[in-house]
Design a protein around this ligand. Structure first.
Ligand code: NAD
Ligand code: UDP
Length: 312
């Protein structure tokens, strides 16, 4: 059993809850911090029975109420779905500013390493394709996505400032579209939205003409990426994502295939500032020894299995 004590903010979320399980499995003690804004206690059902796990219900924008020694902080707390950009913009701005400063302060005070869960959204409507970490982004400071994009950019700057100013051992990972079990239908992100609608016999809601692209990473792969970057000495930003790029129409076809559903597509207007193309250049992550392994069809099947099992 390792002696490491790890704090995970956003522990009850989709990625956070899988990360908690992976940390417990390798013998770490884990303190999860979450206000259950977009997460769910049921995601921690396995962890809550584990002697190495405890949960603090708190809004990290008000502080991270964890005492005692801490070896590592993974700061994942933040709503992440474009639906939440519309419903929870102030919560996103607060957690991605004050929340990040509080989490960084915990790392500075305890001497813990600090990993920030940033996003491909820092590239905005990217001018470079695929996106490498050197791309400075093309991001709107106003509009529907700005609360999230700018909160992530502020948080990266804050993380790098604590590295430079206080010597905190920091990591910044830029996560590209990640999906899997525990991504709930009401979250609205496209993978689970399509899977859920298909299994209910409803039309798949395609925004625009469906030619926009994304690159979808299965959550187990992503969690391995977080652990790889955390364990490396890399303090520069690292893209984490699956470089296989598909259009929304291709994703719809893959969902129809895996569900066996025969439902039509319903074309709806494209949201404001919806990025046109997104694919990570993962050269830097590969150099650290990480790359995704789960193919889209397998990941979709595993996510569908979870949806069916939970009746979510
Ligand atoms: P999620 O919504 O499932 O998880 C976020 C968790 O943070 C939830 O449990 C929520 O309750 C918690 N939270 C939100 N605000 C909080 C606050 N103020 N205090 C405490 N807890 C709070 O989303 P996810 O997909 O698991 O994303 C996790 C992290 O990864 C987020 O920071 C997100 O921005 C980042 N990310 C995710 C993706 C993706 O595709 N899933 C892509 C890029 C970045
Ligand atoms: N999308 C869609 N139908 C939906 C939900 C999303 O066509 O029901 C599109 C969305 O406009 C975007 C892509 O799918 O182009 C990925 O959207 P998601 O909300 O999953 O994440 P984003 O990458 O936009 O943050």
């Amino acid at each position: 059993m390792s002696e490491a004590r790890v704090v995970v903010t956003g522990a009850a979320g989709m990625i956070g809850s899988h990360l908690v399980e992976a940390l417990l499995a390798r013998g770490d003690r884990v303190v999860g911090v979450d206000n259950l804004l977009t997460g769910d206690l049921s995601h921690l059902a396995g962890a809550l029975g584990h002697p190495g796990f405890s949960l603090v219900e708190a809004d990290v924008a008000d502080g991270v109420p964890v005492t005692g020694e801490v070896d590592a902080v993974f700061h994942l707390a933040s709503p992440a779905s474009p639906r939440h950009f519309l419903d929870l913009p102030l919560e996103i701005l607060r957690v991605g500013s004050g929340g990040t400063l509080h989490a960084l302060e915990l790392a500075r005070r305890t001497g813990a390493t600090f990993l920030f869960a940033s996003s491909s959204e820092v590239y905005g409507e990217a001018l470079v394709h695929p996106q490498s970490e050197d791309d400075r982004g093309n991001v709107a400071t106003v509009g529907e996505r700005a609360c999230y994009d700018e909160a992530k950019r502020f948080s990266e700057a804050a993380t790098d400032t604590f590295r430079a100013r206080f010597g905190v051992d920091t990591r910044i990972v830029r996560i590209f579209n990640t999906y899997g079990p525990r991504l709930r239908p009401e979250d609205g992100r496209v993978v689970v939205s399509f899977l859920d609608r298909a299994r209910r016999g409803q039309p798949l809601t395609v925004h625009g003409d469906g030619s926009q692209t994304r690159s979808y990473c299965f959550v187990d792969d992503l969690v391995q990426g977080l652990l790889t970057v955390a364990g490396s000495g890399e303090q520069r930003p690292v893209n984490l994502g699956n470089p296989v790029e598909v259009t929304v129409l291709e994703l719809a076809a893959a969902v129809l295939e895996v569900t066996g559903a025969d439902v039509p597509l319903e074309f709806l207007p494209r949201p404001e500032n919806d990025p046109t193309r997104r694919r990570p250049d993962i050269t830097r992550a590969r150099s650290l020894g990480w790359e995704p392994k789960v193919a889209l069809a397998d990941g979709l099947a595993r996510t569908l299995e979870w949806l069916r099992a939970t009746g979510a």
